[in-house]
Design a protein around this ligand. Structure first.
Ligand SMILES: NC(=O)c1ccc[n+]([C@@H]2O[C@H](COP(=O)([O-])OP(=O)(O)OC[C@H]3O[C@@H](n4cnc5c(N)ncnc54)[C@H](OP(=O)(O)O)[C@@H]3O)[C@@H](O)[C@H]2O)c1
Length: 316
């Protein structure tokens, strides 16, 4: 017994030593596109931290006019200045966007439409995970409201501009967690039953279904769309769960950095020749499998209609 224990004693130490190599293995997928973006306009939601900040930085590095669409303007202004200094691109702007309030989304689009004639890249990146049960200003369950419905409305309101600017792209940041998600139409707002972890999964499934239906409706328009899983990334996403924060801390050596986590979003936004794959899901800069639920066109169409209904968007 003692011999057996002694055999395994060095294991944690070896694991710790090997952590950088293991992380490298798990972080495969680098956006190798050399596309430059002078004259192009990009919007990144939730760009004041984590994956969104790194995505915005790279788009600015390539010369785009980049809008950081964030709910905390003060925090985002500091990040904008940091990106400007790092990239030498002064065309990095902060605009207020609270995805938990449809009034804020409409105000953002109204101001943006006055400021910019074009929009070439929309990265729907912002997200919340494992919030205690709460509702948005419009009464939507927080995960479904921010992660899905907020981005659904934002994209809808920006669609004409995206079409006018074609070729243009919409990238929706989903998650591997969508595998545990289900769209319970009878309990979309979590009023009958609520589990914070599952609520996140449901909203991430909605991101993929939205991407597929959007791609179907945009066929031939020159606007293409992709959903992505960024990997497991060290960020502030776990802030609402002490358990997940502890797990993230425990396994932090194995997690992707936000910069590594941004690679698949950048790949989908920038890589040439991806147009035929509109509606598909990507991870580690390559096509990825999605759950059976996420491939269900009937659910995708119904979710589209229900989302329009909830947001007061006329059905076409
Ligand atoms: N980290 C991972 O392992 C992982 C894995 C799979 C998928 N993802 C997805 O990746 C995306 C980015 O997450 P992250 O890891 O970078 O997390 P993060 O560091 O927590 O960043 C999330 C961003 O979303 C913003 N946000 C939250 N609620 C918002 C609202 N109501 N309106 C506008 N912005 C809001 C946050 O703003 P504040 O700073 O003001 O709160 C923050 O800028 C999310 O969609 C997430 O689901 C992450």
């Amino acid at each position: 017994m003692v011999g057996f224990l002694l055999l395994f004693l060095p294991f944690p130490f070896l694991l710790y030593i090997a952590a950088p190599q293991i992380r490298k293995m798990l972080s495969s997928g680098v956006c190798t596109s050399t596309v430059q973006l002078p004259g192009k306009v990009a919007v990144v939601t939730g760009a004041n931290t984590g994956i969104g900040k790194e995505t915005a930085t790279e788009l600015a590095q390539r010369g785009a006019r980049v809008y950081l669409a964030c709910r905390d303007v003060q925090k985002a202004e500091l990040v904008a200045r940091e990106i400007q200094t790092k990239t030498g691109n002064q065309q990095v702007f902060v605009r207020k966007l609270d995805l938990a309030d449809t009034k804020s989304i409409r105000a953002f689009v109204q101001d943006f439409s006055v400021e910019e004639k074009q929009l070439h890249i929309l990265i729907n990146n912002a997200g919340v995970m494992m919030c205690p049960y709460s509702k948005t200003a419009d009464g939507f369950e927080m995960h479904m409201g921010v992660n899905h419905l907020g981005h659904f409305l934002l994209t809808h309101l920006l669609l004409e501009k995206l079409k006018e600017s074609a070729p243009s792209r919409v990238v929706n940041v989903s998650s591997l967690a969508h595998y545990l998600g289900r769209i319970h139409f009878h309990n979309l707002q979590g009023e009958r039953y609520y589990n914070a972890g599952l609520a996140y999964c449901h909203s991430k499934l909605a991101n993929i279904l939205f991407t597929q239906e959007l791609a179907r409706r945009l066929k031939g328009s020159g606007v293409t769309t992709y959903s992505v899983h960024p990997g497991t990334v060290k960020s502030e996403l776990t802030r609402h769960s002490s358990f997940m924060t502890w797990m993230w801390w425990l396994f932090s050596s194995f997690l992707k950095t936000p910069q590594q986590g941004a690679q698949t979003s950048l790949y989908c936004a920038l890589t040439e020749g991806l147009e035929n794959l509109s509606g598909k899901h990507f991870s580690d800069c390559q096509l990825a499998w999605v759950s059976a639920q996420a491939r269900n066109e009937v659910i995708a169409r119904r979710l589209w209609d229900v989302s329009c209904d909830l947001l007061g968007i006329p059905l076409d």
